[in-house]
Structure formats: structure tokens, C-alpha cells
Design a protein around this ligand. Structure first.
Ligand code: NAP
Length: 172
């Protein structure tokens, strides 16, 4: 099973403030939906709360908490007590790829186990954000694919869809 992180981060790696996103980028939402549809998504309890504790439709929502019994019992919400438990649950769904969708705490812990990172790099800086994505270590990951997207009336910032792949042989 491929373990992928999916994130939208500003130039200074900001991803959130006050348990909410920092921007509205409808095309990024569409990209996210198309990418993850039908697949398990893994998230921290705070990210789940930021979605009004409603599961993303069409996907198994694996929510990680140290107190998983306190999570609401809902269809397509699978509570997990640890990262390892979350990945085992994703594997049990027989998927080819599991998507870790945040937030900052969970990304930080998943960095060493990620095979791939889908990064939407938002061309703006948010120094006052309170949640950040870890810097990508280019010894271990390289960009395989990138598409530049302009700003327009629906997108206040230009942005770039980047697919980073783990580098297997660091000597090449
Ligand atoms: N821009 C983006 O792409 C993006 C994507 C997702 C989220 N976000 C933003 O990120 C922010 C939320 O991120 P966050 O870092 O505050 O929180 P988070 O990573 O979503 O959730 C943290 C919570 O996950 C649980 N947890 C973490 N590690 C665990 C472990 N090893 N075992 C068991 N449970 C564990 C704990 O829940 P308990 O406290 O219940 O134990 C912890 O409080 C929001 O602002 C959100 O909008 C941005």
C-alpha cells in the first residue's frame, strides 16, 4: 500500500490557523476530491473537528485520537488510537493507496513513512499561521511532476500542484 500525504501549504509551509484553512482554492478542493475519492483518508482528531466532525463522502475516514472512544460513531468514520493502528485499518480496506490528509501534528509523524507527497504549493506567505507542514527533505524526496496554476477571480493566489516521490536510491 502506498502511503501518500496530501497537503496545501504556503511558501512558508503554513497550513492552518485557529483550526481552519488559510485560503479558498476551489480547484485544489476538486483535485483533492478526485485524488482521494473511494480511498481511505487518515487524519488527526483536530482536522476532523475542523470539518465540523463530518466525514468526507465517498471515502473511509480514519480519525486518529489518543481517546478514540470519544469520537462520534458514524458511518465511514473509523476511529484509530495511533498512527500504526490507522495504517493497519487502511491496509485492511485493501486499498492500493492511503492518503494522510493532516493536520500538522499527523504530517510531522508521517513524514518518515510517506512514499509520496501531493503538495499544492500556494504562492503566498502566512507568517501568523499556527500550524505548519514540515520542510520536505530533498535528500529523500524529489519532484516527479508539477503543474503551475495562475490566480484568477476564484483563486486569490497562484499555486502549483507538485507530486513528490520518495527517492529509493539516495546515491544516484
Ligand atoms: N492546508 C492543508 O492541507 C491542511 C490539511 C489538514 C489540516 N489542516 C489544518 O491543520 C490544522 C490542524 O492540525 P493540528 O496539527 O492542529 O492537528 P491534527 O494533526 O489534525 O490532530 C492532532 C490530534 O490528533 C491526535 N493524534 C496526533 N498524533 C497521535 C498519535 N500518535 N496517536 C494518537 N492520536 C494522535 C490527537 O488527538 P486527541 O487530542 O484527540 O488525542 C491530536 O490532538 C487546522 O488548522 C487545519 O485546518 C490543513
Amino acid at each position: 500500500m502506498i502511503i501518500s500525504l496530501v497537503v496545501a501549504a504556503s511558501e512558508n509551509n503554513a497550513i492552518g490557523l485557529d483550526n481552519a484553512l488559510l485560503w479558498k482554492l476551489p480547484n485544489d478542493m476538486k483535485f483533492f476530491k478526485n485524488l482521494t475519492w473511494g480511498m481511505p483518508v487518515i487524519m488527526g482528531r483536530k482536522t476532523f473537528a475542523s470539518m465540523a466532525s463530518k466525514p468526507l463522502p465517498g471515502r473511509i475516514n480514519i480519525v486518529i485520537s489518543r481517546n478514540p472512544n470519544a469520537l462520534p460513531i458514524m458511518e465511514n468514520v473509523w476511529p484509530a488510537s495511533s498512527l500504526e493502528n490507522a495504517l493497519a485499518l487502511a491496509l485492511s480496506s485493501d486499498c492500493r493507496e492511503a492518503f494522510v490528509i493532516g493536520g500538522g501534528d499527523i504530517y510531522k509523524q508521517c513524514m518518515t513513512m510517506a512514499d509520496r507527497i501531493y503538495m499544492t504549493r500556494v504562492h503566498a506567505s502566512y507568517p501568523d499561521a499556527d500550524t505548519f507542514f514540515p520542510a520536505i527533505d530533498e535528500t529523500f524526496f524529489r519532484i516527479e511532476h508539477a503543474v503551475d496554476m495562475p490566480s484568477d477571480e476564484k483563486h486569490a493566489h497562484s499555486y502549483r500542484f507538485e507530486t513528490w516521490q520518495r527517492v529509493d536510491d539516495t546515491t544516484s
